[in-house]
Design a protein around this ligand. Structure first.
Ligand SMILES: [Zn+2]
Length: 366
């Protein structure tokens, strides 16, 4: 078998790339970008090598008299799968979205009034997305692998499983988009094992990576359940909308696109919101290093917050995922900040990257 058919269910909309993101090509580019990004983090976590394509990256080129194997060995583990100049990606991806009956359009919401900071900022950076359709439904992925790359299939499934459990897919996951469910996903341990086995078969080219790179070694994830009756949830239901308010109202009992208020600064408070709480405690520079800077978005956030969503419409609780690529002590602080914001919330699952890596190393008891 050299192909995979995978059915995903979006829990928060899949970001397709703005007003011109209607085409499948744009959608696939965004999905492949997020797959590579996560693969790099996992590869680094496992001690493998992942170059930074934005800073040159690998090139496949056979020097005179050189064999394929010699040129291939120079590629980093991420480029071996995702391709680079001279080397083709090992799979072809096509994606088809079955939208829900309701025709959803782009919308985000904030407790700030129109023109106040959070609203102004979201309206500014998503200016081109206003009016765009935003698929929110089932996503069918068809993955066709090149001949001789069948070993990558299990790694691919492992990768997608980790993204489904602990992250998101597509672009703008830092703005709450792209959380998804995949019912047939392998467990986290077997996911990491599959990727490690594939790296081992490729003669894992261990290399230190510069500090600051995203790696599973410095990773944590929180899954929280927030009661429908939480006062802040009630407030969010009356939030100001950026984009299509009809879409917002249609979904609000199962989905609230308010990630920015939670991650950045909660309007109407002086010390709530993850970045704001951290800034009060650690200062401006530290907050920039962890949460990124808004100016030009030159430095991305290392902390990601999903929108609020219900796994099933009948659920009494909204789910909220928060994850970070930082030392794990930040996870404890974030839990405290979240508890200050939501009074009726349970943190029902916490996971760290070191824990995941260790679980995957332990030989299973038979
Ligand atoms: Zn590379």
């Amino acid at each position: 078998m050299d192909k995979l058919e995978i059915k995903l269910r979006m829990l928060t909309p899949l970001w397709t790339g703005g007003a011109d993101g209607q085409s499948d090509r744009a959608r696939e580019t965004g999905i492949i970008g997020s797959l590579r990004w996560w693969y790099e983090a996992v590869v680094r976590g496992l001690g493998g090598r992942a170059c930074d394509p934005t800073e040159g990256g690998c090139i496949y080129k056979r020097e005179q008299g050189e064999s394929h194997a010699q040129a291939y060995e120079r590629l980093c583990d991420a480029c071996k799968l995702f391709g680079c100049t001279g080397w083709q990606r090992r799979f072809r991806l096509s994606v088809q979205v079955d939208g829900f009956p309701f025709d959803s359009h782009f919308c985000l919401a904030t407790l700030d009034k129109a023109g106040s900071f959070n609203h102004w900022w979201l309206a500014k950076i998503f200016e081109e997305s206003i009016g765009a359709r935003l698929p929110f439904g089932n996503v069918n992925m068809h993955v066709q692998f090149l001949p001789d790359s069948t070993g990558y299939q299990a790694a691919f499934q492992g990768l997608l499983s980790l993204m489904s459990l602990y992250g998101g897919i597509g672009a703008k996951t830092q703005y709450g988009f792209g959380r998804f469910d995949w019912t047939e996903r392998p467990s986290a341990e077997s996911a990491i094992r599959a990727i490690r086995n594939q790296l081992d078969s490729q003669h894992l080219s261990a290399a230190p990576h510069p500090p600051g790179y995203y790696t599973l070694r410095h990773f944590w994830h929180l899954h929280c359940l927030v009661s429908d009756e939480d006062p802040l949830i009630q407030k969010f239901k009356g939030a100001t909308v950026v984009g299509d308010s009809r879409t917002f109202r249609y979904w609000q009992d199962t989905y609230l696109p308010v990630s920015f208020d939670i991650r950045y600064k909660l309007p109407g408070s002086t010390s709530l919101g993850l970045r704001q709480s951290y800034r009060m405690e650690k200062g401006k520079m530290a907050a920039r290093a962890i949460f990124g800077t808004l100016k030009g978005e030159k430095r991305g956030s290392r902390v990601f917050v999903s929108h609020l969503y219900k796994e099933k419409p009948s659920e009494p609780n909204y789910s909220l995922d928060v994850w970070g690529f930082t030392e794990t002590d930040l996870m404890d602080k974030i839990q405290g900040y979240l508890r200050k914001m939501f009074t009726k919330m349970d943190i029902d699952q916490t996971v760290t990257g070191p824990q995941l890596l260790e679980d995957a190393t332990t030989v299973p008891q038979t």
